[in-house]
Design a protein around this ligand. Sequence first.
Ligand SMILES: C[S@@+](CC[C@H](N)C(=O)[O-])C[C@H]1O[C@@H](n2cnc3c(N)ncnc32)[C@H](O)[C@@H]1O
Length: 201
Amino acid sequence: MFDNIAHRYDFLNHFLSLGIDIYWRKKAIAFLSAFKPKFIMDMATGTGDFAFEALSLRPEKIIAYDLSLGMIERGRNKSIEKGVSTIVEFIKGDSEKMPFEDNMFDAMTVGFGVRNFENLKQGLSEMLRVLKPKGKLVILEIGKPKNPLITPLFKLYFHYIAPGIGRLFSKDHRAYTYLPESVAAFPEGNDFVQNIERHWI
Ligand SMILES: C[S@@+](CC[C@H](N)C(=O)[O-])C[C@H]1O[C@@H](n2cnc3c(N)ncnc32)[C@H](O)[C@@H]1O
């Protein structure tokens, strides 16, 4: 599915979120600034925007890891255009089985990714395995609004308008219908934190 929409992914991300996704990634990366991580993995990196944002932390290396070759190829081209391909290295692979040793990374980021894992438990276990014992994990995900006045507008936009625009530009009928479905099905906020604690602790 992500191979199919890779050519339109960046444009639709920024267009459908009115650019807020850029601000969210910046805000999420700021959580890591105090820890000065040197070796970072951006899991489910897609076209690499979260990995590029992590460059502000001045790490030695960022592994940008994703299952979709189409997304990775876009990301790799972007890293060459930005002149950062020696620091940001794109690698294709599955979260469920990673070709990395235990305790390798000081920090890991996942932007809009965990929701898509086929086997969440296995993905989380692998992430824990490759993170150093005091490593930091930052997960950025889409939630649902708490304000009852905003909820109907959000539903209208997220369930009908955004999928329509997504279909129109990406020509993929499934991907942007899957987006609200996957958000609705995924545990958010504290529920997800508890989920991680159950698997990790
Ligand atoms: C919505 S995109 C997020 C891209 C990027 N992180 C961002 O901030 O825009 C989700 C990505 O998760 C990847 N993905 C889904 N399942 C995966 C898995 N099991 N292992 C690695 N990547 C996966 C997809 O290929 C896709 O590129």
